[in-house]
Write a protein that binds this ligand. Structure first.
Ligand SMILES: NC(=O)C1=CN([C@@H]2O[C@H](COP(=O)(O)OP(=O)(O)OC[C@H]3O[C@@H](n4cnc5c(N)ncnc54)[C@H](OP(=O)(O)O)[C@@H]3O)[C@@H](O)[C@H]2O)C=CC1
Ligand SMILES: O=C(O)C1=N[C@H](C(=O)O)C[C@H](O)C1
Length: 251
């Protein structure tokens, strides 16, 4: 049985994971971490890792970049690897994750769904062909009105996957208003829409002369992310230090 600490357990994703694990015979939540510290799902909830005294195999984090350092510190000290699903990380946070993974296993992914992780490979293959034919690349993402970060972590993940194929020569253009409106040659445009209860939509648009190819992923429920996170937690439990990705879990 994989024993999980769920950080952000009282949030939207935390609740979906909690529900999915009720009937899971291979994994269970042994504790939650959440700012309000309210226990409502039959497992203890602590306000921070400094109060958490349970025996666990893995941490799943869907919360906020705040307190990231404490979580990594806990993981290193207790030898508990971390599935890091939280987005909106700064460059400093990402460097901290990279450094931290030298002492504890960390799997970071801005999107745990099978669909997006398949899309990453598809857009890389398309980029190789289409950029050589002078196509421009734009990414459009849409999310619910509660989302605190923009652009989405997934939009950045897609842009980074594309840029990897382009030897990291492209820059990201987040705002086309005013003087930034004209398009540069080696750039990936990234735009965000926020409204209602949109779970998550990502479009990668390759626009050439007289033809356009669009790749689109739509999440219809948060369960697609929760299932991927649970799969990743089962994979990561017992693994040693290192920086892991969803592609290590989903071949
Ligand atoms: N990788 C992926 O596939 C996905 C990633 N995400 C990301 O996961 C994160 C959470 O999303 P979501 O569940 O929708 O957000 P919510 O705001 O609904 O939930 C976040 C929860 O974490 C708590 N929290 C905030 N800060 C801390 C902290 N420092 N320590 C402990 N708990 C904290 C919040 O408490 P309070 O409400 O009191 O602030 C809240 O209960 C976001 O970054 C989102 O982008 C979301 C979906 C999929
Ligand atoms: O906050 C969300 O809801 C989501 N966040 C992730 C992101 O920033 O890419 C993944 C998903 O699209 C839902």
């Amino acid at each position: 049985m994989t024993k999980i600490i769920l950080r952000g357990c009282n949030g939207k994703m935390g609740q979906v994971i909690t529900e999915l694990l009720v009937n899971d015979e291979q994994a269970q939540i042994v504790a939650g971490i959440d700012l309000n510290g309210i226990a409502k799902n039959g497992y203890p909830v602590f306000k921070s890792f400094s109060h958490c005294n349970v025996d666990a195999d893995v941490i799943i984090d869907f919360s906020s970049p705040k307190g990231l350092e404490d979580m990594i510190f806990y993981g290193q000290n207790k030898n508990v690897p971390i599935v890091l699903c939280t987005t909106g990380l700064s460059e400093e946070d990402i460097a901290m994750v990279s450094e931290g993974s030298k002492k504890v296993g960390i799997l970071r992914s801005a999107n745990m769904s099978l669909g997006i992780n398949t899309l990453l490979k598809l857009v890389q293959a398309a980029t190789k062909v289409l950029v050589a034919a002078d196509f421009d690349i734009e990414i459009l993402e849409k999310h619910h009105n509660q989302k605190v970060d923009a652009p989405s972590g997934t939009a950045l993940l897609l842009a980074d996957a594309i840029n990897e194929v382009l030897n990291k020569e492209y820059t990201y253009q987040y705002d086309r208003s005013k003087e930034l409106a004209p398009r540069g040659k080696k750039e990936i445009g990234i735009s965000a829409v926020r409204g209602g209860t949109i779970v998550g939509e990502h479009e990668v648009i390759f626009a050439g002369t007289d033809e356009v190819i669009e790749f689109k992923h739509t999440a219809y429920s948060k369960a697609v992310f929760a299932k991927g996170a649970i799969q990743a937690a089962k994979f990561l439990a017992g693994k040693g230090p290192g920086l892991y990705q969803m592609s290590d879990v989903i071949e």
